[in-house]
Design a protein around this ligand. Structure first.
Ligand code: ZN
Ligand code: ZN
Length: 416
């Protein structure tokens, strides 16, 4: 028996006036999702707990069975792992944005015009940069996509080490100066890390501002990527891997570095799927094919589709509905080509992102589980409203993976 978990990021929604107070899931054409709901068991789920708007990272930890209140140590590490970097236990990982600033470090564009050139050239000058005042740190930098990158501070001399308890330098809006990184506790490690990062802000600004690629961008009337903004400092959470906990082989199929990273952090393997972009342009059939190609080698496959959340943040109702229909097509392709008598399929969201709010909210998400051994209930359609009638009732995100592992016979008896 195998389990596939498909997550439509931010797929949950609220009643929308333009849809006669229906949700996008209620109006989308999704025959496969509805068939799975009618042949399965349904419910609603609080990814973290009722009313708490989850981040994607904390929510995914929870959906894999790890209590984020206990294990979460910031976001940057997931970005680093997802970008293919090796992360060591004393490393501090930090998410970075290339930005455009003026001479007074006032942020003019937080994404440097969403640069799509020069990323690798900038990476070359930042990666392995040596700070004279901090010879005990190795700086590892990797450009990921567009304006995004990730930096690791790796201590060479372990005393004092670095700390993830530091604030962001990213002011999170334009027309404000790059913020000074501040220690968030009283440890010498946090103080040292904040000072070092502030020095890097200045150093990187002067290196990038005069970089030949930025001179070229200016000459083409494009915004230069002349600063790095830091956010989400973090360290590797201490986790027992999901493969050990359940004696399984697990795989993550996701385009976004962060989701790949959470999967890797809990012990999943990760593969690249060409054509899967992590945007609303993604080809979900290629993801379905990747699932089929790997089904023989894995017990638990997690498939992440990001586009539903992107459309929600953009307030783009039509795109959200069409992304739901793309997820339906993904599932249709799997069902048509897999041996379904040995397959548990679960579909849910990591949080609700209402298109009218354009941000994550604390509403529960719909959940369906279909496959052999499942106690079929009377729900016939997959939506926030229909699933609330299902016999799974209302569960926590933390319960999802144990429920799936039980259905594929991978849980151990508690007691005798
Ligand atoms: Zn999410
Ligand atoms: Zn989101």
């Amino acid at each position: 028996m195998k389990a596939i978990l498909v997550i439509g990021d931010g797929m949950g929604d609220r009643p929308i006036k333009a849809l006669d107070c229906k949700t996008p899931l209620q109006v989308a054409e999704k025959p496969v999702l509805d068939r799975l709901a009618s042949t399965g068991i349904c419910g609603i789920m609080d990814p973290i707990s009722p009313g708490i708007p989850p981040g994607s990272d904390t929510s995914h930890l929870s959906l894999f069975g790890y209590d984020p209140h206990k294990v979460y140590k910031g976001r940057g590490v997931f970005e680093a792992l997802g970008a293919g970097l090796r992360v060591e236990k004393n490393d501090v990982s930090i998410r970075c944005n290339f930005a455009t600033v003026d001479d007074n470090l006032i942020v003019l564009d937080r994404r440097a015009g969403r640069i799509n050139t020069g990323g690798k050239e900038f990476e070359t000058v930042i990666n392995d940069y040596r700070l004279k005042s901090y010879p005990d740190v190795k700086i590892i930098f990797k450009h990921t996509t567009e304006h995004r990158g990730v930096m690791i501070l790796r201590p060479i001399d372990p005393h004092p080490r670095f700390s993830w308890k530091v604030s962001d330098s990213d002011p999170h809006r334009t027309d404000l100066p790059i913020k000074s990184v501040e220690p968030l506790d009283n440890t010498p490690e946090a103080l040292k890390t904040s000072k070092l990062m502030n020095e890097l802000t200045d150093e990187f600004h002067s290196i990038l501002d005069s970089h030949p690629h930025n001179i070229k961008r200016r000459s083409m009337n494009l915004l230069p990527a002349n600063a790095l903004l830091f956010r989400g400092a973090s360290v590797l959470p201490k986790l027992e891997s999901i493969t050990k906990l359940y004696g399984i082989r697990a795989l993550v199929i996701a385009a976004g570095a962060q989701y790949k990273g959470v999967g890797i952090a809990v012990g999943m393997d990760s593969i690249e799927v060409e054509g899967a972009t992590g945007t609303t342009e993604t080809d979900t059939i290629l993801k379905a094919k990747a699932v089929l190609d790997n089904l023989q080698n894995y017990d638990y496959i997690f498939v992440h589709v990001k586009g539903t959340d992107n459309a929600s943040h953009d307030g783009d109702l039509r795109k959200k509905i069409s992304m739901i229909e793309k997820i339906d097509a993904l599932l249709g392709h799997i069902l048509k080509n897999a041996q379904t008598n040995k397959l548990i399929i679960a579909v849910t969201a990591d949080h609700t992102t209402p298109v009218e709010i354009r941000d994550h909210t604390g509403d529960p998400v719909p959940l369906l589980i279909s496959g052999p051994g499942v106690r079929v209930d009377k729900v016939e359609r997959f939506s926030e409203i229909d699933c609330a009638q299902g016999s799974l009732g209302r569960i926590r995100g933390l319960d999802l993976t144990p429920i799936l592992m039980n259905l594929i016979g991978k849980t151990k008896k508690f007691g005798v």
